[in-house]
Write a protein that binds this ligand. Sequence first.
Ligand code: PXG
Ligand code: PLP
Length: 440
Amino acid sequence: MTALPTNQLEAFWLPFTPNREFKRNPRIVARAEGMHYFDLEGRKILDAAAGLWCANAGHCREPIVKAIQEAAATLDFAPTFQFGHPKVFEAAAKIAALAPGDLDHVFFTNSGSESTDTAVKLAVAYHRVKGEGTRTRVIGRERAYHGVGMAGISAGGIVNNKKWFNALAFQADHLPATYNRKEQHWSKGLPEWGAHLADELEKLIALHDASTIAAVIVEPVAGSTGVLPPPVGYLQRLREITAKHGILLIFDEVITGFGRVGAAFAAERFSVTPDLLTFAKGVTSGAAPMGGVLVDKKIYDAFMTGPDHAIDMFHGYTYSGHPLAAAAACATLDLYRDEGLFARARDLEKAFERGVHALRGKPHVADIRNVGLAAAFDLDPIDGAPGKRGFELMKTLFFEKDVMVRVAGDTIAFSPPLIATEGDLDEIFGRVAEALGAAA
Ligand code: PXG
Ligand code: PLP
């Protein structure tokens, strides 16, 4: 097959995509292996995005494929409401073993969005079972992405994801974004400027009172809005302030988890342990849908107090801990360990940093940021057409330079699989440099 039947293109409404434009000249991938996608005609495309921040182990890795095949043939589905199956316990134990501090328990979901909903519900419910039912407010941050569920759009900080749904969302307040181009221009890794922005939390607490606040949720590194690493000391300060006021701290590690920042979690890399930690994507290297929330022991224990026959938390998804996803997670986590991929990401970080910052000075490149194996650059917007320059560059890279990147407005993001070689990184940034040059 060299093209999709045109009568099939219409039915699928692609998420977060301009559908009419897409369907005029679709970007279709049909196969994947290691660092590459292949289109319908077999054209090889270098994956500089791990798909969508997912395939940290690379694509179609044999141990993961085999685990899913075996699971499908052994136990297709089993409920986790009132029943269990071996792989879901194994997966939870492996994930908890990777997590810092007392993050000892895992509540499974199927996506990052469900993980946000779950974490927020657990936070509010925790305060209630502790006798502090007035703590219901959630504090998010400007420029945050926590998915598209109701908790995600309420706590999130992206206007286009919120504005049509305000009537449905819950009331949340927001910390200021940590990015400031004037103060942080061209910084590599964590910017020096900005730790004081965590003190804005004290102002929100003074405004609302701690007794009304359940949790603060942040991405340790904001991903979707352009890879915004936290200022040095910022996360530590958020941790101190939340602890002082009895507010739970939630890290959304849907992107930063499982090696993306050169450690199992950003919590480990930055030595700050939250009370709840959400994950998805890399837990299965994207090979099966799975997400979840790592829960501190004190929170879990607080729910284990009712009568023996009574349900301790009224929450869960039919597919929480699905056998295929659980098998994929176990195989993925073993692969990360056996190939030392988190350490590999850390080792590659400097070469990756050099590669992306070499784009400084190319036409229209306005700023560049990086941490771990995540990086992004902003392009100057075209007057009157914000997002167009980024969109066109993404298409040029895909169709003419055989590279897949992620675009968000006029920002281009990179998050290659952690199996990338320095040669792969040279290829990626070399081809991007060519495309930028041509766009001048
Ligand atoms: N939290 C964070 C921090 C995320 O990055 C979600 C929650 C939601 O996960 P689900 O599985 O419901 O999509 C995400 C997802 C991008 C991009 O362009 C990022 C995500 C998803 C799609 C695109 O950066 N992150
Ligand atoms: N809608 C209906 C009618 C259902 O029966 C269920 C689950 O049983 C759901 C929604 C929720 O689906 P899920 O558990 O996959 O989130």
